[in-house]
Design a protein around this ligand. Structure first.
Ligand SMILES: [Zn+2]
Ligand SMILES: [Zn+2]
Length: 440
């Protein structure tokens, strides 16, 4: 397969002399399989030039667009994707099932007459929409796995296996916890990672030939940008090295970073990769960068386990929110209700168990530190009960330290979210827990 970067910038396009080398267009990557299948990761402003190249190649275009999510920098190129303006072409758009509307509605929104002169329904190409959650899919002749990322919006990463090679696209994503490694365990191995979210993220990219990963911030910048949903090169290099990845392209470069700055990130990332000692090759993606991948997998073989897709959009879910701080309860309830969940509340551990006994929720959002019975004790009781053994629990806590995170997972929580968190981040994590529970 052949891979080409058409947009490498995050957040907003930044053309100009300072970004000539790494490029100013937002996220867009083209993948062409040996059989001619066309997959496009994201449709940022880079998609305009890709569209021109596709038209220049001649013949009908059969494109599969894989959107990680629908933030502007990932869809703004779509209204300029000219193959969609030609009758006879087909465009299949895949993306995460949104909580505030279907993929079709979200894309139509940015093409309303207020914002754009051509309505989405006027495009002559045959356009289809495919709302995805986690699972396996066959797209463009390739085997495609989708898995949720940690971003303040429903966002999926993609693992594509075709032509005996594997490529993984993970943009936009933020580490699940401050500490990557469990204290006292040997770093450099997936099992030594502290947060189950990071372990799952590492397993998803395991042994890939190429990983394309968000690395918007430096480690120095990150603390001020926490919860914004982006990674640092040192997180990416450590996770990829532990996962046995062969090559990593860092992308979604910050709009404030000029070419010299990104080159320095590349230098630091390469030095760190060398110290990992796994032979990992890392570089910063630039516009026009083209890579030919010939993998070692026998054709037709695959390293991802089979799965299927479970939709969470069709069902009314019941969420129990447990927190002894009334302000926090009000905030969480408001967020979940605007995402169309049925929400009930409890203000103590004892109250939570009583409520669960009366009416089983689909998921519990549980505060860690509460007066009286705390979150860990509630967990212990839930995991000991037959009916509640597998009940998804998202633990909410102000304690981001390593021992607390470890205690949470040891107690059997499904996910662990630290305060301060943003509302879209919380609702995305609740939805990911629910989608996974549907697959079990
Ligand atoms: Zn982005
Ligand atoms: Zn985003």
């Amino acid at each position: 397969m052949r891979v080409r970067f058409w947009g490498t910038r995050g957040s907003i396009a930044v053309p100009g002399p300072g970004t000539n080398h790494f490029g100013g267009n937002t996220s867009c990557v083209e993948l062409v399989t040996d059989a001619g299948g066309l997959l496009i990761f994201d449709c940022g402003t880079g998609a305009r030039q890709l569209a021109g190249a596709l038209m220049a190649r001649g013949g009908a275009v059969d494109a599969n667009i894989l959107l990680g999510h629908t933030h502007w920098d990932h869809i703004q190129g779509f209204p300029f994707f000219t193959p969609a303006f030609v009758k006879g072409n087909t465009v299949a758009i895949h993306g995460p099932e949104g909580s505030r509307g279907s993929l079709h509605e979200v894309l139509a929104g940015q093409m309303e007459f207020t914002y754009f002169p051509v309505d989405l329904t006027q495009l002559p190409a045959a356009i289809t929409y495919h709302d995805l959650t986690e699972g396996l899919h066959a797209i463009g002749g390739a085997r495609v796995a989708a898995q949720y990322l940690n971003h303040p919006a429903m966002t999926v990463g993609y693992r594509v296996e075709v032509d005996g090679a594997s490529i993984v696209y993970l943009v936009d994503h933020e580490p699940f916890s401050d500490e990557l490694w469990r204290a006292g365990s040997a770093p450099g191995r997936i099992e030594s990672m502290l947060h189950e979210g990071d372990r799952r993220h590492a397993r998803f990219m395991a042994d890939a030939d190429l990983v394309i990963h968000d690395a918007q911030y430096t480690p120095e910048e990150y603390p001020a940008k926490k919860t914004w949903g982006h990674s640092t090169y040192d997180y990416v290099v450590q996770v990829a090295a532990a996962a046995g990845v062969k090559r990593v392209a860092l992308t979604h470069h910050d709009p404030g970073h000029d070419d010299a700055f990104v080159a320095e990130i590349e230098r630091r990332a390469r030095a760190l990769a060398e110290r990992q000692g796994t032979g990992l090759d890392v570089f910063c993606a630039y516009e026009g960068c083209e890579i030919l991948l010939e993998g070692g997998l026998p054709r037709g073989a695959s390293t991802t386990s089979p799965s299927h897709q479970a939709s969470v959009a069709q069902r009314q879910f019941h969420v129990l929110v447990v927190d002894d701080q009334p302000d926090m309860v009000t905030l969480i309830v408001r967020a979940l209700e605007s995402d169309h969940y049925t929400v009930s509340t409890a203000t103590s551990g004892e109250g939570a168990l009583r409520s669960i006994g009366e009416r089983m929720p689909d998921i519990v959002v549980l505060d860690y530190k509460m007066n009286g019975m705390d979150g860990l004790e509630v967990m212990k009781s839930l995991r000991a009960g037959d009916r509640t053994r597998l009940l998804p629990v998202l633990m909410l806590t102000a304690m981001s330290d390593e021992p607390s995170t470890r205690a949470g997972f040891d107690a059997g929580v499904t996910d662990y979210v630290t305060k301060p968190f943003s509302i879209p981040q919380l609702t995305a994590r609740v939805r990911a827990c629910l989608a996974r529970a549907q697959l079990q």
